[in-house]
Design a protein around this ligand. Structure first.
Ligand SMILES: Cc1cc2nc3c(=O)[nH]c(=O)nc-3n(C[C@H](O)[C@H](O)[C@H](O)COP(=O)(O)OP(=O)(O)OC[C@H]3O[C@@H](n4cnc5c(N)ncnc54)[C@H](O)[C@@H]3O)c2cc1C
Length: 336
């Protein structure tokens, strides 16, 4: 694979990386860990741990013959995005991509970098993404889930993510893909469903020893529990959903971890947060950093997160500057 350097004067924060699957690991019934590599990843990265770093994965469309179509060219320099090429995204690239035939342009989906290992000597850079394999009762899944379930070494995708050169200069914040901002907090709550597990695991692995708190993770099955190592004094509670409604166990666990002050005295601790229609809007409320000892990071199905937002803000009275509430997906709605 050859690295193709992009001629540019200004350092742009976002690049499109042509990568190929180098390994697949069956983590558990609901997860496949897909490792991507390619010379292009020499230009990928952030300044520090990846935490909950989000990326876009462009999934190639399926052709009439059941084979994957090549992804369309986008960005500059144009040309088929292939392994080894990091491409600058020109202005308006997203609109141009949206204007293409939906049957051929591929699908753009949001994922978390579970782990990024930069190139070291002869070793290529590698990027792990843990894909949740979600399928309905008829066995239908979204484009990303279907792609991930069948992916094997050599399969190509394009990843849109941070330019490591920008991460190390003044434009570092321009990519904006990291929301974990505990600020001054020393006690944290991390809560999420299976889509948030890769982010929560990466965050936990990076926490310092003097951080305390709780992590609650709701996953489909007890076989999806993972071994997460953290230097921090954070208690990890695993919840196996089984036949319970999505988010029910998670909500109960958050209510146990963060209790309403003066419960039983009919006090109303905080104001009602404004309604968010999770079918029309993305529920995404983050903070620039907690200025208090407590910080919470909560992500998963949007209606579940909306309900937890009401609980924490209205019932408990948590200041919204102390919490990140993120609807990672919405039941019944494709990402795009
Ligand atoms: C910042 C961020 C980070 C994310 N990180 C990860 C990650 O690391 N790993 C990961 O697996 N997901 C992650 N997600 C969630 C992922 O983007 C969505 O699940 C996405 O919808 C999957 O695309 P798809 O093509 O499979 O399904 P879509 O085409 O988007 O949806 C098809 C149908 O499947 C339903 N659906 C979507 N996701 C799920 C699910 N998890 N369980 C059940 N039904 C679902 C939809 O409601 C819809 O009805 C992340 C999302 C965000 C915003």
């Amino acid at each position: 694979m050859t690295a193709v350097a992009t001629e540019t004067s200004a350092v742009v924060p976002v690049l499109a990386f042509g990568v190929a699957v180098s390994r697949v690991e069956e983590l558990s019934p609901s997860y496949r860990r897909i490792t991507f590599s390619g010379e292009s990843l020499r230009r990928f990265g952030v300044d520090g741990p990846t935490l909950d770093l989000r990326i876009k994965v462009m999934i190639p469309s399926l052709g009439a013959d059941g084979q994957r179509l090549p992804l369309p060219p986008f960005g500059v320099p144009v040309g088929r995005t292939s392994t080894g090429v990091a491409v600058e995204l020109g202005g308006g690239w997203y609109q141009q991509w949206l204007a293409m035939d939906p049957a051929e342009r591929g699908s753009m989906r949001t994922y978390t970098v579970r782990e990024f290992r930069p190139a070291a000597g002869a070793l290529e850079a590698e990027l792990d993404v843990d894909f949740v394999l979600h399928f309905d009762a008829e066995g239908n899944g979204g484009p990303a889930s279907c792609w991930a379930a069948a992916a094997g070494p050599g399969d190509e995708v394009t990843i849109i993510g941070p330019n490591v050169e920008a991460a190390q200069c003044a434009t570092a914040k321009a990519y904006g893909g990291i929301e974990w901002r505990p600020g001054l907090a020393s006690h944290v709550l991390l809560a999420g469903d299976e889509t948030a597990l890769p982010a929560i695991a990466a965050i936990l692995e990076s926490l310092p020893e003097d951080m305390t708190g709780n992590a609650v993770l709701e996953v489909p099955d007890a076989a999806d529990f993972q071994d997460i190592r953290s230097a921090a004094d954070v208690q990890i509670a695993w919840l196996a959903r089984g036949d319970r409604p999505h988010g029910e166990l998670l909500s109960e666990a958050v209510r146990t971890a963060v209790v309403v002050p003066g419960a039983g005295l009919a006090e109303v601790a905080g104001e009602d947060p404004e309604e968010v229609d999770v079918d029309r809007t993305i529920l995404w409320e983050t903070t620039t950093g907690s200025t208090r000892p407590f910080y919470a990071w909560i992500a998963g199905e949007a209606a579940v997160i909306r309900e937890l937002r009401r609980y924490l803000v209205r019932d408990v009275g948590v200041d919204r500057k102390q919490v990140a509430f993120m609807g990672y997906w919405r039941a019944g709605k494709a990402e795009l």
